[in-house]
Write a protein that binds this ligand. Sequence first.
Ligand SMILES: Nc1ncnc2c1ncn2[C@@H]1O[C@H](COP(=O)(O)OP(=O)(O)O)[C@@H](O)[C@H]1O
Ligand SMILES: O=C(CO)[C@H](O)[C@H](O)COP(=O)(O)O
Length: 555
Amino acid sequence: MGKYTIGIDYGTLSGRAVLVDVATGEEIASSEFAYPHAVMDEALPSGKKLGVDWALQHPQDYLDVLYCVVPDVLKQGGVAAGDVIGVGVDFTSCTVLPVKRDGTPLCFLPEYADEPNAYVKLWKHHAAQDKANRITETAEKRGEKWLARYGGKISSEWVFAKIWQILDESPEIYAAMDRFIEAADWIVWQMTGKETRNSCTAGYKALWHKQEGYPSREYFAALDPRLENVVEEKLGTEILPLGSRAGGITPEIAEKTGLTAGTAVAVGNVDAHVCVPAVKISGAGKMLAIMGTSTCHMLLSEKEREVPGVCGYVEDGILPGFYGYEAGQSCVGDHFAWFVENCVPASYKEEAEKEGLPVQVYLQKLAERQKAGESGLLALDWWNGNRSILVDVDLTGVMLGMTLQTKPEEMYRALVEATAFGTRTIIENFEKHGVPVDEFYAAGGIAEKSPFMMQIYSDIIKKPIRISGSKQGPALGAAIFGAVAAGSAAGGYDSVFEAAERMGKLKDTLYVPNEEEAKTYDALYAEYKKLHDYFGQGGNDVMKTLKRIKKAHER
Ligand SMILES: Nc1ncnc2c1ncn2[C@@H]1O[C@H](COP(=O)(O)OP(=O)(O)O)[C@@H](O)[C@H]1O
Ligand SMILES: O=C(CO)[C@H](O)[C@H](O)COP(=O)(O)O
């Protein structure tokens, strides 16, 4: 009798599940549920307006994913619930919410339903940059050693900037919350009835270290005396390693999903990190880019190296026995979606519809007829700030070289190239600081859907690119961790390496650089670097000035 696990990937806009055969990695069924509230970046469900750079979600959407996709994959797969031995979950991160002691989100309570700070702050909520700056400056002043582990700068996307924003703007919400928790851990709590915290989000997003724990009380008090005991009062101090069993499915969730009560649930994981075993990476030097709404770059190394501008490195943060490095670009697919929504004429949309193609695929079809440099355009990929290597959410986009002849497909291609130049900058930065990148792998919606983009990436980074064998790399990764949480006694695995070997997969496709295109791109990249340093490293702060003027209109 076969054994199966279910992996659930909570992305930016939807949750996706796969039902996987534990022995072979075969994906028997998959299902997707789009969040009804999507990303709330303009208003709450009540219509209450949100400020600049806010990005919230509704936790009810996460529960609805569970109730929809799990029964669906069980039904499609025709698998008996008793043969599902484990469930794994991954989430975007740092996506965090304030909850009561029993796990009830504050935004579920009528008295807080109209209070923005009571909702889930999505990873791309960028409205706490002032807090992030003070977190970094205070750490610098106090000579905090941990700062170097995070590339020298703490992001506004992470836990302490977000919780401090709540404390400052809505002290009553801060007082009312008993816990501040990653959505990854919250959904596992809902499934098992037990609060757990995973080492991945704690390490990358909450400054936690396996030996040293969190930063000291003195440090938090130096930020704001009201934060002195933030760790003990609002976070958890018991952190479980990846692959651990968080608990078993509760009878209530069993009834709502069709799973068997007691089925093993793995501790939460992050959508990017979880994907590494899904592409069979088990050692140093192989960079995996998970390319979707944003891109995360994951890299293992046996060595501990301080690399400025990366998101951070965490020992055992991706796979046990390695330092797991993370870098990222906060706007990749989001660029393209923005472009389609805002900059494509009706005539293009009509033509795409006539050809039965999604608008992005139609644009790609037109853009691939061009050669590198032919449009005369060059863009900076900062439509949602810059995560690595500048760690600055106040940077914005640039498109240079436009004329009256410029066409939408050329602008679209320039945005694609800009994101690839951003990735090359990240690779070169790792290599310059002693963490080699010998091979490049890609997963996520873009790697799956766009050969056009993967070829441009290969030409720009000048490396061959291997592609995830699963359309749902993160969900497969979550299913792998579900099999490890179940353990060999239940028909799963005791080691993530063994599980990855059996369940992970790669496509046969290999994208190799085209030498001529790569040469032209070298020249364009040199110009990109000049713009990158000029606008991104203080040569001209015009982007920040414009943002300040824009913010003044909020008042
Ligand atoms: N054909 C396509 N080519 C390139 N990008 C695409 C295409 N279709 C959708 N996208 C982009 O993929 C992104 C979503 O990626 P996906 O990996 O599915 O989700 P998530 O990042 O939420 O996990 C969107 O931002 C969208 O712009
Ligand atoms: O920072 C992250 C991981 O560390 C986020 O989860 C990520 O950037 C959002 O992912 P996606 O683009 O797949 O929605």
